[in-house]
Design a protein around this ligand. Sequence first.
Ligand code: GLV
Ligand code: MN
Ligand code: MN
Length: 416
Amino acid sequence: MLERADKNRIENWLKGIDQFQTGEGDGTTRILFTEPELKARTYVKQQMAALGLEVTEDAIGNIFGTLKGSDPSLAPVWTGSHIDTVSNAGMFDGMSGIVCGMEALHLIKNSSMEHKRDISVIVYTSEEPERFGLSCLGSRAMAGALSLEDTKILYDKEGISLYQLLKDLGYDENRYHEIQKQTGDVFASVELHIEQNSILEKAGVPIGIVCGICAPTNFSVKITGVQSHAGGTSMDDRRDAFMAAAELALRLEDITKKSTSEYITGTVGKVNVFPNAINVISGDTEISIDIRSIDMKAKDVAVESLKYEAERIEEERKVEINMKMENHDLPLRCDETIMEIEKESCKKLGIPYRTMISGPYHDSLFVGRFAPAAMIFVPSKNGISHSKEEWTDYSDLAIGADVLTETLYTLANQAG
Ligand code: GLV
Ligand code: MN
Ligand code: MN
C-alpha cells in the first residue's frame, strides 16, 4: 500500500533548500555553481542519501538519487527538475519537482510493494539561463545538444567558461561523453513542476496533465546608432539605438499577438542602454528576445517576420541591428501513454485534473528527445512565478506528489 504524501516533509525540504540563497530579502537567488547553489547541492545529496537512495553525479553536475528496482536489466524511470533559480525568484520553481520526487521515492521505498525498474530523482544542472545565457545545460547535454567543445565557448559575464568552471569544481572532462543518453536508456520520465500560470487556480483544479512544452528561441540583439546630445540633435537627425530597440520590441509584441499559433509568446526581458544618461541619445543598446511556441513552424514564421522588421527599422532609423540567435529549440509533445497513466493515477486517487500546454520550458523538453516524457503541474498562486511572490500551497504539492508517486510506481512495474 502506497501511503499519501506528507506536506510537512515537503515543506521542510523546500525550506531546507531555500536556506541556501542570496536573495537579500527580495526573494530567492541561487545561481549555478555559486556558493549557495553548491551548498544546496550538498544538502539535496545528503537528504537523498538519508532516504537510502544511491547518489551519483555526472560530469556536468546532474545529480541522480536512485531507488533500486528488483530487475536491473530494465531501463529506469526518471523524475526530477532543478534547484537553480533566476534572480529574486521564489522557492518553488524547480525545487518542487525535486522534493516531490524525493517524497515519491520515499513512499515507494517504504511501501511493502515491489517495483521492478530503478527510479531516479534527478537534479538537472542549470535549467535557468541566468549564468551562461543558455537554459537547461544538464538536460541539453544529456540530449547531445551541448558538447564538451560547446562548454568551451559558453562564457558567464565574468568571462569564465563553463568548461573552466566544471574543471575548477573537479568534474572530469574525460567522463563528459557519459552524460549523453540514447533512446532506450530511460524507460519514461515524469517531471512535477509548478504551473507558472493561473489556469489551474482559476479552474479550481489541483492537477495539470501537460500535453506539450513550448520551446524558446532566444536572440541577443545589439543595436548601433550614433551617440549624441539630447537637446542639440533635432528629431530628424538622430540615429537613436534605444528607440530602434523599442520599436523592435513593439513589433515583436505585434507579431506574437497576431500569430495563429495555439500558444506563442514574445518577450524582451533584458535591456542595456549605453551610456544610460538622461541627456544623451543612446548610441548602443542591447536587448534580449525570447520567443516561445508549441508550434515550431509558427516560431519560424515569427522569427522571419521579426528579421524583416529589423531590416526595415535599420533602414528607416539608420542604425545597425545585429541579431545573434543563441538557441532555437524544438517544442515537445508529451508522451501520450504516460499522460494516460497520469490521468489514471488521478482517477484512482479521486483528484480532478485538466490537460494543458506549458508556456514555460523545462528540462523535460530535452529529456523528451531521448525518452518518453511527460509532466504534472500543480497550481501557482495568482499564476505568478520568477518572482518573490511565487507561491504554491504545501497541500497542493502533496496532491501533486501523490499523483507523481502513483505514476512512477505504475511505470516502474511496466514490462519493456
Ligand atoms: C524557465 O524558467 C523558463 O523561462 O521557462
Ligand atoms: Mn524558471
Ligand atoms: Mn523551472
